[in-house]
Write a protein that binds this ligand. Structure first.
Ligand SMILES: *Cc1c(COP(=O)(O)O)cnc(C)c1O
Length: 429
């Protein structure tokens, strides 16, 4: 459920016509719905509070899905924590008002500087992905005279997810350590006076629409917890990751967060552990759209029709990166017979194609469309390829809206580059 719907034919976000935002801010532009963000967060939070076995689990929003400060602050006010994968994301979470003790630091390649930053700021927990990383954290912790809380990210050898490129839990993926290696590493680290071993973590993939692999992964973590405890080790936290899918219209409807939460509660029942979830996509995806304007409709003699938009793969990379499907809706559909379009962007790459042979209401140059379900892994992946300024972002709340990241000017883009001294002399060249 989201708060983007047609009223008298015009597409709205909450009580604001998307056409108004497109006209005032220009396109391409990302638009997010406060009510949808809150609703999705509360769907998870309410399910968690209904399961005593989860001990009031921490819901750590995966910042990489949408890291705009206003989006994070919206979730922070609902009580969210943050799952972060870089110093930049930790800084964003803290700046948005998420307390450090609700920030988890994950990621497969943390630098010494990032680890130093995370420990100094007192993040809740560092999820460790390998033995060398564990040793580095120990050295940094010793130098700082701090004793950080650590979880080991286990790769449960269960892959899942909507596409091979977003599967992280299979044995051959770069993420985490095997169950056996995790047991060895945990015991080793538990004897390290610089570290406080707290538990285990897993995250097996993204856009998961079948709960079976997630349930299996949770049970493997619970089994390993019992094994470690039987060996006299303390395990009091389980971080169950994210991964639940969002409805993209072409894929099977994902299960409700409550079903996932119930499954997690069953897996950890009796363990008396602190639980964390790291949902990203399921909270943000449906809470955002990308608006674009049709530049041309180009009919080829062979019957193909290209709809060329002013948004490109640099603005919304998922179709080019993962063959992802985004529903495309005109902001004010014209009547007439539906037409099959190849929907493309202006970037000089063949892969700058959002959809092939997509049937849509007839569209003309100047008409606007919305890419639905673009609130997660949308703006965060954008680049300035082809020297295209990053699309701005707008947050709607009821009948109010505000630009939460302005579009940079072309001068802003140019001003970031420098000529080397041998070219910079006035009059030279
Ligand atoms: C990406 C990621 C998440 C969030 O995944 P979603 O599919 O967006 O829910 C959670 N935890 C970790 C460690 C991640 O890398």
């Amino acid at each position: 459920m989201n708060h983007f719907e047609a009223r008298n034919g015009d597409l709205y976000c909450e009580d604001v016509a998307l056409e108004e935002i497109a006209r005032r801010v220009g396109t391409p532009v990302y638009v997010y719905s406060t009510a949808t963000l809150e609703r999705h967060y509360l769907a998870v939070a309410d399910a968690v509070s209904g399961e005593p076995a989860l001990n009031g689990a921490l819901i750590a929003f995966a910042v990489k899905a949408n890291s705009n400060l206003a989006v994070l602050a919206t979730l922070a006010r609902c009580g969210a924590g943050a799952d972060t994968v870089s110093e930049g994301e930790i800084r964003r979470a803290l700046a948005a008002g998420i307390p450090a003790d609700r920030v988890i630091f994950s990621g497969v390649g943390k630098s010494e500087a990032e680890i130093t930053f995370a420990i100094s700021r007192g993040v809740r927990q560092i999820n460790v992905e390998s033995a060398p990383e564990l040793h580095l954290i120990s050295r940094v912790a010793q130098a700082l005279g701090r004793r950080p809380d650590i979880a080991i990210r286990v790769n449960p050898d269960i892959g899942a997810g909507g596409h091979a490129k977003i599967t992280t839990g299979a044995r051959e993926s770069k993420f985490g350590v095997s169950l056996r290696e995790a047991a060895r590493l945990y015991a080793e680290a538990a004897a390290d006076p610089n570290l406080r071993m707290r538990g285990l973590a897993c995250h097996i993939g993204s856009q998961i629409t079948n709960l079976t692999p997630l349930g299996a992964a949770y049970h493997r973590l619970a089994d390993l917890t019992r094994d470690l405890r039987a060996g006299g080790l303390c395990v009091d936290r389980l971080d169950l990751g994210g991964g639940l899918g969002a409805p993209y219209f072409n894929s099977p409807d994902p299960p409700e967060p409550a079903e996932l939460v119930k499954l997690a509660a069953a897996a950890v029942a009796g363990l008396d552990v602190e639980v964390a979830f790291e949902p990203g996509r399921v909270i943000a995806a449906n809470a955002g759209v990308l608006l674009a304007t049709t530049l041309h409709v180009n009919a080829r003699p062979d019957g193909r029709r290209f709809m060329v938009l002013d948004a490109g793969m640099n603005d919304l990379m998922r179709p080019a990166l993962y063959d992802s499907f985004h529903d495309i809706r005109p902001l004010a559909p014209r009547s007439g017979r539906a037409v099959s379009y190849d929907v493309v962007g202006p970037v000089c790459e063949t892969t700058d194609t959002f959809a092939r042979a997509r049937t849509l209401p007839p569209l003309q140059a100047g008409d606007r469309v919305a890419f639905m379900t673009a609130g997660a892994y949308g703006a965060v992946m954008a680049s300035e390829y082809n020297s295209r300024p990053l699309a701005p972002e707008v947050l709607v709340r009821g009948s109010e809206w505000a630009v939460i990241r302005p579009r940079p000017s072309h001068d802003d883009l140019l001003a970031r580059d420098r000529l080397p001294p041998w070219m910079a002399k006035a009059g030279s060249g």
